[in-house]
Design a protein around this ligand. Structure first.
Ligand SMILES: C[S@@+](CC[C@H](N)C(=O)[O-])C[C@H]1O[C@@H](n2cnc3c(N)ncnc32)[C@H](O)[C@@H]1O
Length: 623
């Protein structure tokens, strides 16, 4: 068969294949699982108490498809019934997004403002992975995606690949190679009428292409019909329409005459209501304009109607639907409403946040979980980046030196807890495997005093803690301990960009301080209310003029959620308030009534307008 070759497709005479490391997923949040709600949603989801799906949770995964897809294989190889992907292909605009500054609660007007958030380094890196060497790298990236998706697809499953004129013709050759030319079913043209634009050198592009493949001949379509527009259909029929005495319209149906069936009287309404067979040109689904109520401020968002059609045609109740490029979550939202199970992933933080809000807005949304590959992705990176995998200690040291250098500090050897120094401050680097805990901080502070005691001349005035993650109680407890011990501490997040070698080589990696959140709690017998009082976020990459538009701290907050009884496992989202286009205000107080006396940890998670989250724990006692 004819084969498409691109640079990088073959290495030493063999086709280069995707990374196949299966990393374990970490559940970072469960949504919709409060005790009462849990039962309600379970009952709703599972009509049959013995259903094999009763323990199933839909999954929203934050991560690059290159790690997520192989990690899904052990559990889902050959088990996904339907895959839809809408991969990035719109050169240049893949990773910027439009963020919205919320409403100031102290003014009456709705003064929400939008601004474009440029891609961060990791997103730029993903972009370079995809497009770095132009079409050649895109082809390899796309080919590897297709290979893994094929393994995930059930024998009677289907895949739909959404593209446009930029790459569709190349992608078709790859899909034929991976899925088999014989399994190609349709090139669907999604034609979207709308704004007309004249150009001097090309016709206006008005369609996307969706390639549809079955995994094998076992893949079947559910019959779906296209609704007819009455007037258009009557015109197209070119038949004389008669009227009964009561005004009911009919025509002579002549189809079948060639096989000896006599023409018969057919009522127009019944005929039109039945609709027609769907063909491969879909011109009845509108492109989502900026002001469309379904819009969730995600530039590449596709209409739910498009996905509903695909899902209805190629899956049934409870089937499992996968979308590896979640974006605003259109596929999962449509699957949810059609009672399919779903898994979706995206490497963009903003996508995950947008999708989570979107799912929460669906009536009776079934419980779902948010996952990532967390520390396993980092461990993987550490093993790959630093030599001596057999000598953990040496490896650990090389890793710490690396982070210290990125922080533009000098490594400090011979100490257990302090790993570097910069501008008179000491530095502790958190391990890749666990969050920085209060114990780590206390030990570092003790060592700091031993060191300062020894080197009285040193101009040291504090410790910077660099961590991938921080235990929830760090901000409060550790800051208090530090103050008692007269050490100034600051907590900074090691950005995910560090995982990407090229990003490190290219850019100045920024370590931002943890956002800080002030919360008040009021307890009245079993009733508790908590109120947000202040939220300060590091400037990150919000343009200055945008920062100037923020006149109340709560405008940084896009969403917040509460777990009223956190038990050191996963954040169980039991209450939440968030801004939507329709309701741009958020509440600043949440209430709960506890069923039993006891000591509880309340965990509050705030997500800012850029999709970053900050979590804080408070302890309460119900008597
Ligand atoms: C065209 S958009 C998908 C839009 C989506 N169909 C919707 O209706 O909202 C493509 C998405 O792929 C994501 N993406 C790009 N590269 C990725 C990768 N390597 N792994 C996972 N997601 C990726 C981008 O963040 C973006 O959200």
């Amino acid at each position: 068969m004819t084969e498409l070759i691109w640079e990088g497709k073959y290495k030493d005479g063999k086709k280069a294949t995707p990374i196949r490391i299966a990393l374990p997923f970490q559940t970072i949040e469960t949504i919709n699982e409060s005790k009462q709600q849990r039962q309600k949603t379970l009952d709703f989801f599972v009509a049959e108490p013995n259903s094999p799906y009763k323990d199933w949770r839909n999954r929203l995964i934050w991560g690059d498809k290159k790690y997520v897809l192989p990690s899904l294989l052990p559990e889902f190889a050959g088990k996904i019934n339907l895959i839809y992907i809408d991969p990035p292909f719109n050169v240049g605009s893949d990773f910027s997004f439009t963020a919205t500054i919320g409403d100031n609660p102290e003014t009456d007007e709705d003064e929400t403002t939008k601004f474009v958030k440029q891609p961060n380094i990791i997103e730029q890196k993903a972009y370079r992975d995809t497009w770095g060497k132009g079409l050649d790298s895109y082809m390899q990236w796309f080919y590897e995606t297709a290979l893994l998706l094929k393994e995930l697809l059930a024998e009677d499953g289907c895949i739909y690949v959404h593209l446009d004129w930029h790459v569709c013709h190349y992608a078709k050759a790859i899909l034929d190679e991976v899925f088999g030319y014989e399994n190609f079913r349709n090139e669907i043209i999604w034609y979207y009428p709308g704004r007309e634009r004249l150009s001097e050198n090309k016709f206006q592009s008005k369609h996307d292409v969706i390639y549809f493949y079955g995994k094998s001949e076992k893949a079947k379509l559910n019959p779906i019909r296209k609704e007819w527009d009455r007037e258009d259909r009557i015109k197209a029929m070119r038949r004389k329409i008669h009227k009964d005495e009561d005004g009911k319209e009919w025509f002579w149906e002549t189809r079948g005459q060639a096989h000896g069936v006599d023409a018969y009287k057919r009522y127009l309404d019944e005929y039109i209501d039945k609709g027609g067979a769907l063909n491969d040109v879909w011109d009845d689904i509108q492109f989502l304009r900026g002001n469309h109520p379904e819009r969730v401020a995600y530039d590449t968002q596709k209409p739910e109607e498009l996905l509903s059609r695909i899902i209805t045609a190629s899956s049934k109740d409870n089937d499992l639907v996968l979308d590896a490029f979640c974006g605003s979550g259109t596929t999962a939202a449509a699957a949810e409403k059609l009672n399919r199970r779903w898994i979706t992933c995206d490497l963009g933080r903003f996508s995950i946040h947008t999708a989570r809000k979107r799912f929460l807005g669906i009536d009776n949304v079934k419980p779902f979980i948010v996952q990532n590959l967390g520390k396993y992705e980092r461990q993987q990176w550490m093993n790959a980046e630093f030599e001596n995998p057999e000598d953990r200690l040496k490896q650990e040291r090389t890793y710490k030196h690396f982070i210290i250098e990125l922080y533009h500090a000098k490594p400090l050897d011979g100490y257990t807890w302090l790993h570097g120094a910069k501008a008179g401050r000491m530095i502790h680097v958190g391990s890749v495997e666990a969050p920085v805990t209060v114990e780590d901080i206390k030990s570092s502070i003790k060592e700091f005093w031993q060191l300062v005691g020894k080197e009285k001349s040193a101009q040291v005035n504090g410790v910077d803690f660099l961590g991938w993650d921080f235990a929830f109680d760090v901000n409060e407890t550790a800051k208090q301990f530090a103050a008692e011990n007269k050490v100034n501490v600051s907590f900074k997040k090691i950005p995910r960009e560090v995982l990407e070698k090229k990003a490190v080589e290219q850019g100045d990696i920024k370590f931002y301080e943890l956002a800080s959140l002030n919360i008040d709690s009021k307890i009245d017998k079993r009733k508790t209310s908590i109120t947000l009082h202040d939220f300060i976020i590091p400037p990150d990459d919000v343009p200055e003029e945008v920062q100037g538009k923020i006149t109340h701290w709560s405008q940084w907050i896009d969403y917040w959620a509460v777990d009223w009884n956190y038990r050191d496992d996963t954040f169980h989202n039991e209450w939440q308030s968030y801004r939507t286009k329709q309701i741009p205000k958020i509440e600043l107080t949440a209430n709960n009534t506890y069923e039993a006396a006891g000591k509880y940890t309340v965990l509050v998670k705030v997500i800012d307008i850029l999709g970053n989250d900050t979590t804080k724990a408070i302890q309460i006692e119900i008597k």
